[in-house]
Design a binder for this molecule. Structure first.
Ligand SMILES: [Zn+2]
Ligand SMILES: [Zn+2]
Length: 238
């Protein structure tokens, strides 16, 4: 008696209801479907075919290759996914043409920031060493979001305490970038404690700016990245 009372749909892993009423509702004209409802329909489709759940839950190891593709290792085999082409070497995709669980898993991991996108690779921040995703074509030293700068950022020079405005983040190392004197940035005594491998940040002194003298008119100076610190709100008040 108790066995009969449990409907099979209640065994879903996350307890979501997949009642049969949904099919009736989906007969309403698709013109009337709005953004939110439409998302629900898509999710239900994926739950129904099971690939989305398997993509999220099954043990898979995904590694980016050098050629924009990814290797996906599963208990059932090892496959190659091309995310931008939407293809996978598994039978589910190659024979049945489905958007398989491997493709879905790679898309999830890229979206959630655990894997580089096809046009990115894993790089290392020159200041803190943390892994960060960088453009595939980038060859010079890189910075993580925490240590990176943007044009227009106000920064302090750790050596002099002076206020500067960033004009450019270069991709050249401090031991490659030469000043007008022809001398590498890292050879200046004031730069001795900063990494020769760090990218050079170009900046102008705030005191050299004026109403008719913008950041493109002022004289630019190069600094190893970690010599400059962002001006915080507290710093601005001082
Ligand atoms: Zn696949
Ligand atoms: Zn960093």
């Amino acid at each position: 008696m108790t066995h009969r009372r449990i409907p099979p749909t209640s065994f879903g892993p996350d307890g979501t209801s997949t009642g049969s009423r949904h099919d009736d509702e989906s007969e309403h004209g698709s013109d009337a479907v709005e953004g939110g409802e439409r998302d629900d329909v898509v999710v239900d489709d994926e739950v129904a075919d099971g690939r989305s759940e398997r993509a999220k839950r099954e043990p898979m190891t995904v590694r980016p290759l050098r050629d924009r593709r990814y290797v996906v290792e599963t208990e059932g085999g090892t496959y190659v996914v091309a995310l931008d082409a939407g293809t996978c070497s598994c039978p589910d995709h190659e024979i049945r043409g489905e958007r398989c669980k491997h493709l879905r898993r790679v898309a999830i991991e890229v979206t959630e920031g655990r894997l580089p996108a096809p046009d990115e690779r894993v790089g290392v921040c020159a200041v803190c060493g943390v892994e960060t995703f960088v453009p595939l074509t980038a060859s010079g030293p890189r910075l993580c979001p925490r240590h990176d700068f943007e044009r227009g950022d106000a920064v302090h020079d750790r050596e002099t305490g002076k206020l500067l405005i960033v004009t450019r983040v270069t991709e050249r190392r401090a031991d490659e970038y030469r000043t007008d004197e022809g001398r590498p940035i890292d050879e200046y005594p004031t730069n001795a404690v900063y990494g020769a491998h760090e990218p050079v940040i170009e900046a102008v002194y705030a005191e050299s700016l004026g109403p008719a003298h913008g950041i493109d008119d002022a004289r630019r100076y190069g600094f190893p990245a970690s010599r400059l610190v962002p001006v915080t709100d507290a710093g601005r008040d001082r």
